[in-house]
Design a protein around this ligand. Structure first.
Ligand code: PGA
Length: 259
């Protein structure tokens, strides 16, 4: 049984003071249950403080990026063992990293491996841009990007990798993919995971959606069984919105009609 997950990607927002206040509020107000994982991904500077805030709560921490090397002369970078002191998850290959900082699939693979070596759960982001979709190449592109980002397919086995389908055209635009588009691509990705490794691995890999999710469109996503959760950007910075989204996912897992 794959557990639904909601991940807040705060991006380059919040000072540590603001971040602590947001995390405290989420911890106080989020209705949690054993069936939904909640992960906050604040900026690096807030991670140690928020680590203290979330202690004794079911909420977990993640980082937004990592360097693929464990240590060394890489000025300004942060490695997987440093993150693992405080957090359990790390976002890898977000489209903003790929497009603004030119991260290649090879680098993403190296980062995924570095995350595994430090026992971090990587949240691997893949997704087509508007042009790929308009030209009918979205599915092919996403499958290829998945293969090229994961590296050795055996990595998927027992590592609890999370795959985030985030179409570039839906991120930060207010223009979320339709539920049909999300379901279709989630299923296509799961088929590809089965082809890359085994049907068993595919059945246990969590595949989530990200791109302009909010309290209004979360219901449909939460009701759709093939989709295992959401990666939330701007709505995760709004305390009330994020709490409402957690509640939505939680309610759907409590509802026996979840399908
Ligand atoms: P958004 O961002 O929810 O603001 O579209 C999603 C993401 O970048 O992960």
């Amino acid at each position: 049984m794959r557990k639904p997950i909601i991940i807040g990607n705060w991006k380059m927002n919040t000072t540590s003071e603001q971040g602590v206040a947001l995390a405290q509020s989420i911890c106080r107000n989020a209705q949690t249950n054993q069936n939904v994982d909640i992960v906050l991904c604040p900026p690096f500077t807030s991670i140690p403080l928020i680590h203290t805030v979330i202690q004794n709560t079911p909420i977990k921490l993640g980082a937004q990026n990592l360097n693929e090397n464990p240590n060394g002369a890489y000025t300004g970078e942060i490695s997987a063992p440093m993150i693992a002191e405080f957090a359990e998850y790390v976002i890898v290959g977000h489209s903003e990293r790929r497009s603004i900082y030119g991260e290649t699939n090879e680098q993403v693979t190296a980062k995924v491996n570095a995350a595994y070596n430090a026992n971090l759960t990587p949240i691997v982001c893949i997704g087509e841009d508007a042009e790929e979709r308009e030209q009918g190449r979205a599915e092919r592109f996403v499958k290829q990007q998945l293969r090229n980002s994961i590296g050795n397919p055996q990595n998927l086995r027992n590592k609890q990798t999370i795959i985030a389908y985030e179409p570039v055209w839906a991120i930060g635009t207010g223009n979320a993919a339709t539920i049909e588009q999300i379901k279709y691509m989630t299923e296509a990705i799961r088929e590809e995971v089965a082809r890359m490794d085994t049907a068993e691995t595919a059945a246990q890999t969590r595949i989530i959606y990200g791109g302009s999710t909010n309290p209004n469109n979360i219901h449909q996503i939460a009701q759709s069984k093939p989709i295992d959760g959401v990666l939330v950007g701007s709505a995760s910075l709004n305390n009330n919105d994020f709490i409402a989204m957690i509640q939505s996912l939680t309610q759907h897992t409590e509802n026996p009609l979840h399908q």
